[in-house]
Write a protein that binds this ligand. Structure first.
Ligand code: KIV
Length: 262
């Protein structure tokens, strides 16, 4: 019997929702961390354009390019046996034209070995999502605080009830266009609950309360690796950043005083 775990596929997301099973998603950017999270049984690894901030050190996600996304997506796919690999379409890779959206999504699947792409936006993305799905590319939507609109939003802050009033309709439109799931970021828990009840596709929350069908966290936040700023909704499951600094310090000390190598 093979010891290769059964791969999570796009249709499994809807099955999970029908069965009332929660979906656990983390972000990943390289093969080694992907392998460790895959072994833990995470359902999907999102190659987020958050890599611009946590890997590249930028202050927003806006400078991430298609070539970077393809490079990191391929690395994550190389380290993954079980989890569904979903890749973010970076800023201006899909908003500019339908042809760009199809070509760039295709690159993430063909060159990056992702199984699905994620894009930000609701009603304005209806035609794009429908076209991508039509050509065979599964799409995850992303509503609420959408980091590629950081300047329009005036920063990365939780949306108020009044700012969230169009989200239910946006979610229904994404579902209608064929999105297989929808990330809800930094919106009131009551709105996330309403959306989750109204659509058949799973909602994946981040800072959107406990009622979503699944949750996603930026792994660097969850494991305590990124401490430039920590969003209030983040739970730190480890303090690997401190452990790495301690380990590096022990190494530096041992090299300097001749204890390593023996
Ligand atoms: O880029 C990213 O990591 C994301 C998640 C925060 C959902 O979009």
């Amino acid at each position: 019997m093979s010891d290769t775990p059964k791969r999570v596929r796009v249709p499994d997301f809807a099955d999970r929702k029908r069965r009332g099973e929660k979906i656990a998603v983390l972000t990943a950017y390289d093969a080694t961390m992907a392998r460790l999270m895959d072994r833990a049984g995470v359902d999907a690894l999102l190659v987020g354009d958050s890599l611009g901030m946590v890997v590249k050190g930028d202050s927003t996600t806006l400078e991430v390019t298609m070539d970077m996304m393809v490079h990191h997506t391929r690395s994550v796919a190389n380290g993954t046996k079980r989890a569904l690999v979903i890749a973010d379409l970076p800023f201006l890779s899909y908003q500019t034209s339908m042809a760009d959206a199809v070509r760039n999504s295709g690159r993430l699947l063909a060159e990056g070995h992702a199984a699905a792409v994620k894009l930000e936006g609701g009603r304005s993305m209806f035609d794009t999502v429908a076209r991508l799905v039509e050509v065979g590319i599964p799409v995850m939507g992303h509503l609420g605080v959408t980091p590629q609109s950081v300047h329009r939003l005036g920063g990365m802050r939780k949306l108020s009830m009044s700012e969230s009033d169009r989200l239910l309709e946006d979610a229904k439109l994404l579902e209608q266009a064929g999105a297989f799931s929808i990330v809800l970021e930094s919106i009131p828990a009551e709105i996330a609950k309403e959306i989750t009840a109204a659509v058949a596709v799973p909602t994946i929350g981040i800072g959107a309360g406990p009622h979503c069908d699944g949750q996603v966290l930026v792994s660097y936040d969850a494991f305590g690796l990124f401490d430039e700023f920590v969003p209030s909704f983040v739970k730190r499951y480890a303090e690997l950043g401190q452990q790495m600094t301690d380990a590096a310090k022990a190494y530096v000390d041992e090299v300097r005083d001749g204890r390593f190598p023996k």
